[in-house]
Design a protein around this ligand. Structure first.
Ligand SMILES: [Fe+2]
Length: 259
């Protein structure tokens, strides 16, 4: 059961030593875990939210140098925007497919355009995460679950003792999904959600919107949404194909007329 303690307008303790840093102005949320051994920040908001994130950390008596590890759920700029700043203070990790896109600054997939082409400085990633990596914080473990679909390098971080899921844009409260963006696809998305379904998630801490205390049910809703999207995509492709066939027919007729 979620017993959240609102500490201020933008910081809420969701679980003992797990804090939500509320994302403002279209930014994703960030999460801070005060571990027994290490302090971990999951995602870090848009580049212009840097002062906001630093101020929220200060509310928790933490300076940027107190962050040991920044984990990115994926490469989109609303989640990874402040990574160049935190890279001066902490190790930074992302799935190897996200790390690759961030390293080569693949603007097509980083989604900068959706945020008025906002620029992000260059930075170096320290850790390439893969499925099954476990990060031991003492009081919590974080398992890396590779969940492509929204984009190819998306991961969720699963805490198995308390069945908590830090889900990025993969699944949100009420089964809302982040959509299929560049480098993503619907069938991988469905497969990823089915993998999450097997974890019996209790609480979802997503990249946007409200927290969920009905993890399992919301993941099932997300699967249903994606299956619907798959059907709609099929209809769309069929319609495009049919329209192309129709067009080709007209072109062929015109060609015949000009003979
Ligand atoms: Fe995203």
């Amino acid at each position: 059961m979620l017993v959240a303690k609102k500490l201020s307008k933008t910081v809420t303790e969701l679980h003992p030593n797990i804090y939500l840093i509320y994302g403002r102005n279209r930014s994703a949320h960030a999460y801070l875990i005060k571990g027994t051994h290490r302090n971990v920040l999951i995602d870090c908001c848009l580049p212009d939210a840097r002062d906001h994130v630093v101020a929220c950390l200060a509310e928790l008596d933490l300076r940027p140098d107190d962050i040991d590890l920044l984990l990115l759920t994926h490469e989109h700029i609303d989640h990874a925007g402040c990574a160049p700043y935190f890279a001066h203070h902490a190790l930074v990790g992302a799935h190897r497919l996200a790390a690759n896109k961030l390293t080569v600054r693949d603007e097509f997939v980083l989604n900068n355009k959706a945020f008025n082409g906002i620029e992000r400085e260059e930075f170096r990633l320290d850790l390439s995460l893969v499925e099954g990596t476990v990060i031991n914080l003492g009081n919590y473990d974080l398992q890396v679950i590779h969940t492509p679909g929204h984009c190819s390098g998306a991961v969720c971080f699963f805490e198995p003792r308390h069945k908590l899921l830090f889900s990025g844009d993969v699944v949100m409260a009420d089964g809302i999904v982040g959509g299929v963006l560049q480098s993503g696809n619907v069938s991988d998305y469905i497969d990823s959600l089915r993998k999450l379904s097997a974890l019996r998630v209790e609480q979802i801490f997503p990249g946007h919107g409200k927290m969920s205390i009905s993890g399992e049910a919301d993941i099932e809703k997300a699967i249903a949404r994606l299956e619907e999207l798959l059907d709609e995509s099929k209809m769309l492709f069929e319609a495009i194909q049919n329209s192309q066939l129709g067009f080709e027919h007209i072109v062929r007729s015109l060609r015949d007329l000009n003979r």
